[in-house]
Design a protein around this ligand. Structure first.
Ligand SMILES: [Zn+2]
Length: 334
């Protein structure tokens, strides 16, 4: 356990700019003033960081007023936050990876010697989310750059997910060729105008756009069309297939339900056969009912693999086999 003493034993670190000579005229830089002095809590203790500003010593330099500072010092903490980046990263890890609550995070940090309140934890967590979003955007841009080099442009798709009726809808924009999520936002109304606001920054990244894809939602289609009328537009093939196959999928479901109804009698056969398991007839009957039960669990993968048709085919096969068996043996259930 660390003692609370550690918090007051402040260490002061001085930082100079990373380069020593002027990038414009190559003259030596000289100290002018402190650009920042700030005390931060880190996982290694409380530190005071002094970032010392330097200027070009050449009075005839083209940039005599430019002040150079240490990037390393700036990297240790974010602006307006008195905790180190290491604490920030730790909060993010505890929250996202380990799903700790604010209170739990506060307790952990306090035992690690970082004095923090629940409100501070919340603030750190928000900052972490901002950083995460910024890095996700960078990642998306890199992916879109790669796709553009390969295919000459990107394809954007957009879809809305509403977790519960009446709630906000989460809209997600994806780059289709790479599968990268480019942007996501909770939107209160799904009006064309609001969706345009959401899409616009993505278009402003400036990558050439080969096409847009979405489901049939009109406000999405209009938003894309208004922002970029000349870009080709296509309905999402998955949604299209799902919609067009709906009548077939519905009748298939009815088929499966009917087969299930007809096979309700197997429960009685199972009961009868279980009473006397030590003869071949009972064993055979139970094997058949087990086969039927497993067939009835078939879900298929609609609309390409219809479960009703599958169940129909397989129960037919079982029926045939059963008939053969009865021809040989006589009816085992009487
Ligand atoms: Zn200079």
């Amino acid at each position: 356990m660390r003692t609370k003493n550690r918090l007051t034993s402040t260490e002061t670190r001085y930082f100079k700019p990373e380069f020593q000579s002027c990038p414009y005229c190559n003259s030596k830089l000289e100290y002018c003033h402190t650009v920042s002095k700030k005390t931060i809590s880190t996982l290694k203790g409380v530190l005071t960081l002094v970032n010392m500003g330097y200027r070009c010593s050449n009075k005839n330099c083209s940039h005599p007023e430019t002040v150079y500072r240490s990037a390393q010092a700036d990297q240790l903490s974010m602006k307006h936050i008195t905790y180190g980046m290491d604490v920030l990263a730790y909060v993010g890890q505890l929250r996202f990876k380990e799903h700790k609550t604010r209170k739990e995070i506060m307790d952990i940090l306090n035992t690690e010697g970082v004095t923090v309140s629940e409100r501070h934890v919340q603030k750190l967590y928000e900052r972490y989310s901002v950083l995460l979003r910024a890095s996700a955007e960078n990642y998306a841009k890199q992916e879109m750059k790669k796709v553009t080099e390969l295919y000459g442009g990107i394809i954007l798709s957009m879809d809305g997910v509403q977790p519960e009726k009446g709630n906000e809808t989460l809209y997600v924009i994806r780059e289709v060729l790479s599968g990268t999520i480019v942007a996501a936002k909770n939107v209160k109304s799904s009006s064309t105008e609001e969706l345009m606001e959401f899409i616009r920054p993505v278009l402003e990244f400036g990558f050439p756009i080969l096409g847009f894809v979405s489901d049939g939602q009109q406000s999405i289609r209009l938003a894309f069309e208004k922002l970029s009328p000349d870009t080709p537009y296509q309905y999402c093939q998955f949604h299209y297939l799902k919609d067009i196959a709906k009548p077939a999928v519905d009748s298939d479901r009815k088929l499966k339900t009917n087969i299930k109804k007809k096979l309700r009698g197997i429960r009685e056969i199972e009961k009868k056969a279980s009473k006397d398991v030590n003869n071949l007839e009972s064993e055979t009957a139970l094997a058949y009912t087990a086969a039927l039960r497993s067939v009835l669990l078939e879900d298929g993968c609609p609309p390409l693999e219809l479960p009703g048709i599958k169940v129909f085919d397989q129960t037919k096969k079982i029926q045939k086999s059963l008939e053969k068996c009865l021809d040989k043996k006589g009816d085992p259930f009487t």
